[in-house]
Design a protein around this ligand. Structure first.
Ligand SMILES: NC(=S)c1ccno1
Length: 263
């Protein structure tokens, strides 16, 4: 997978050189390129923002530096940018082109919510591009223009506001990157995770069996795999009902009688 990121704070993404994602890059499983949006400005002050039309507080990111930066991303990946005249909106781009176009992910509180399911979906893509907005956001015409060459997806980590998209990109690249085959040493560890089956994960324990007077649940020391599996499923259900009742609602018709007994 190829990932391109455009930001006015490229050093924010340095953390993606560490740990599993860093190793995946060294192993050639993941290519990551970071561009500084200011390198695509033309004035002495490398200006990337201006006042909003219609008034209001804050500043808006200018469209032209973004278009130049995204055209550089396309060129770097061997794509030819669609001309602005060729397509006014994504709707005008033939569907079969969609599969070939990179996904442009724009972190925004106004986006669709990022989920584990979306992470799996995006982990199957060949080329992801992340546009890190700052200030009050990016001129909307950039997303309209980009739809001619990208599948544009505004995405939110959750219902809160950050100062920019960089922190969201760190989270999404980690969530997506770890799902790429070969990145996580033991793929089995990806199976029983929170949200992998629609439930929160069960509690985990390790040695010593008694720690500061607290005993590991006996069933986990029993060696009875059926009982252990039932205990873990019950803990998942209990935790999910307690912390995320919305997820239980979504699974209501999939729970069997043993599951319901745990709630
Ligand atoms: N909630 C998200 S992803 C965000 C991006 C910028 N501000 O908030």
């Amino acid at each position: 997978m190829r990932i391109d990121v455009v930001s006015i704070f490229p050093e924010y993404l340095d953390a993606l050189g560490l740990s599993l994602i860093g190793k995946a890059r060294q192993d050639g499983l993941l290519e990551l390129n970071v561009r500084n949006l200011r390198d695509f400005t033309t004035d002495r002050h490398r200006t990337v923002d201006d006042t909003p039309y219609g008034g209001g507080a804050g500043m808006v990111m200018k469209p032209e530096p973004w278009a130049l930066a995204l055209e550089s991303v396309l060129a770097g990946a061997g794509h030819s940018p669609a001309t602005a005249e060729a397509t006014e909106t994504a709707a005008e781009v033939p569907e079969h082109d969609g599969a070939g176009r990179p996904v442009l992910i724009v972190p925004s509180p106004a986006g669709e919510v990022f989920t584990q399911s979306m992470a799996h979906e995006l982990a199957g893509e060949e080329h992801l591009v992340f546009a890190c907005g700052r200030y009050e956001g990016i001129d909307e015409r950039v997303m309209e223009w980009a739809a001619g060459s990208f599948r544009v997806r505004p995405v939110s980590l959750g219902d809160y506001v950050l100062n920019g998209g960089e922190v969201a990109v760190l989270a999404m690249v980690e969530a997506i990157g770890r799902l790429i085959p070969g990145v996580v040493g033991n793929p089995e560890s990806l199976v029983e995770e929170s949200h992998s089956d629609g439930l929160l994960e069960y509690p985990v324990y390790t040695k010593p069996s008694v720690w500061r007077g607290r005993q590991v649940p006996d069933v986990l020391l029993s060696g009875n795999h059926a009982r252990i599996a039932r205990f873990r499923r019950d803990e998942q259900l209990r935790r999910t009902a307690e912390r995320r009742p919305d997820l239980i609602e979504a699974l209501a018709n999939q729970l069997d009688s043993a599951d319901r007994a745990a709630l």
